[in-house]
Ligand binder design. Structure first.
Ligand code: AMP
Length: 478
């Protein structure tokens, strides 16, 4: 079970947290549309409301009023094909001898079975197949014997994989990022409190200030009265494995992740795409919305080189149709692309077109769009993609597809060009991705484009040894 989600946690001085959490989940809606949930604590007891559907449908005013308390966490969950069910909606809550826990998780563990079996043999009963419940039980167990910080460290020692977590332990909100920082997590300040969230756009929505990224292997503990936070670097900062695909596709362009504005990264990638494989055509056209920042960078670089190519929006998006990817069957995905995008004939007819998108996964979108553009009278169609070929599945939290569904898993670029019906096709190089993100290979997770993963995922190659340094708790000032 993969979790591809958005998380948030808020502590306020003297104000109910439910509405700011609700607005935060709105800001994170793109990270998950299957379910939404909030858990708060009012100093006496935990309250929760978790429901299937979009944030706007999951809560009404009464629901938010019932979520009392100035501390809370929230979650939006991304659906996996065919797994639309209520079992895995979050935050996940447990009560145990010495208190209550709520847990919201973005990421994917690679040793869930092992930890679940161990806990089951100790008498823990599980109600879902998800890895979040496993983390919650492990932490609840550790909390019976250890203080909060040590308990979190013990759980982090036990679980492997990607995780950005917000946790509600009684009325204390925590944020945790896995030791390689695979999924994003940021810390921000509000007028009357603090917030931890998957993306900085959440903090902007609340009129707050981004303080910084939560570091890989760091635990942040918010003070329940909203007056500050403590930081504990529980793992030495060694090799990070930030997911490059967050920058390419998943995150909002207006978010800053690992100190980089996603919009600028995408424009930069678009510029590099022109440098690597630019072709002068009458128009440069983005696939909305995912290709837009790439296409604007590409067109800008083309113009600087003197290319006489016009940036044009030739595909109009019906904004009421959700992400095509989340449709469980191929038939539905194909129908959804057509429902979602309609061509503007006058910008296409009789012209050569460069069509720009961020990625090709199964090839559904590009195949359909090439056909659509041809039907609208395009003379030539050149497809340019702002990421390398996706040749392997993601095991660490992004719903891609299984290996046999990936169009590039075992095809050459020329085979793919033929399959999608384009006149030419080019992908961006891995080098350009690492250059744009100012990292070497070691600091990014490039598993889906290299097949080499930072964690030992069953049956796949591992590109490094994950060493786990000893506990080094260093409480720091606010
Ligand atoms: P596909 O149609 O299967 O080739 O998928 C590529 C299209 O889906 C592109 O337009 C991407 O912007 C978008 N996309 C890529 N990765 C994902 C993902 N993990 N979830 C949803 N959409 C995606």
């Amino acid at each position: 079970m993969n979790e591809k989600c958005g998380v948030v946690g808020i502590s306020l001085a003297d104000r109910e947290a439910a509405r700011p959490l609700y607005y935060s989940l709105y800001a994170l809606q793109h990270r998950g549309q299957e379910s939404a949930g909030i858990v708060t604590h009012d100093g006496f007891q935990q309250h929760e409301h978790v429901e299937m559907g979009l944030v706007g449908d999951a809560f009404d005013s009464d629901d938010l009023d019932a979520l009392s308390g100035s501390n809370g966490i929230g979650h939006v969950r991304y659906p996996t094909a065919g797994s639309v069910n209520a079992c895995c909606a979050q935050p996940f809550s447990v009560s145990f001898k010495s208190g209550s826990l709520g847990l919201a998780h973005n990421g994917n563990l690679v040793n869930t079975e092992e930890v679940r079996d161990e806990l089951a043999s100790l008498g823990h009963a599980f109600t879902s197949s998800g890895d979040t419940e496993v983390i919650a039980h492990d932490l609840a167990r550790n909390l019976l014997e250890e203080d909060l910080v040590r308990a979190v460290k013990s759980t982090m020692d036990r679980i492997h994989g990607s995780y950005s977590l917000t946790i509600m332990h009684d009325e204390t909100v925590l944020g945790v990022r896995d030791p390689q920082g695979n999924r994003p997590l940021v810390l921000g300040e509000l007028d009357d409190g603090y917030v931890i969230a998957s993306e900085s756009a959440t903090i902007d929505t609340l009129d707050g200030e981004l303080i910084r990224d939560v570091e890989p292997g760091e635990l942040i503990v918010l003070k329940p009265d909203g007056s500050g936070y403590d930081s504990y670097q529980l793992f030495d900062l060694e090799k990070t494995a930030h997911c490059f695909f967050e920058h390419v596709y998943f995150a909002r362009p207006d978010s800053i992740i690992d100190e980089k504005l996603v919009y600028e990264v995408r424009r930069d990638l678009g510029r590099k795409l022109w440098e690597e494989s630019g072709i002068e055509t009458d128009v440069v056209m983005p696939v909305p919305d995912s290709g837009r920042s790439f296409a604007s960078g590409y067109a800008e670089a083309a113009a600087e080189d003197g290319a006489r190519t016009e940036f044009a929006e030739g595909l109009m998006k019906n904004r009421y149709v959700g992400r095509t990817f989340i449709m469980p069957t191929q038939d539905e995905r194909e129908r959804a692309v057509r429902l979602k995008l309609n061509p503007i004939k006058s910008t296409i007819e009789g012209r050569s077109v460069t069509l720009i998108d961020d990625s090709i996964v199964r090839g559904t979108t590009s195949t359909q769009l090439v056909e659509l553009l041809r039907d609208a009278g395009a003379e030539e169609i050149h497809v340019r993609i702002g990421s390398p070929k996706i040749i392997a599945p993601c095991y660490l939290g992004i719903d891609m597809a299984s290996r046999d569904e990936l169009i590039a898993a075992d095809r050459t670029t020329e085979d793919i060009r033929e399959a999608i019906g384009a006149d030419s096709l080019s992908y961006l190089s891995i080098e350009s991705i690492t250059e744009a993100l100012d990292n070497d290979y070691d600091e990014l997770c490039l598993g889906c484009v290299t097949g080499e993963y930072p964690y030992d995922v069953e049956g796949e190659k591992t590109d490094r040894d994950v060493s786990r340094p000893a506990i080094g708790e260093q409480p720091s000032a606010d």
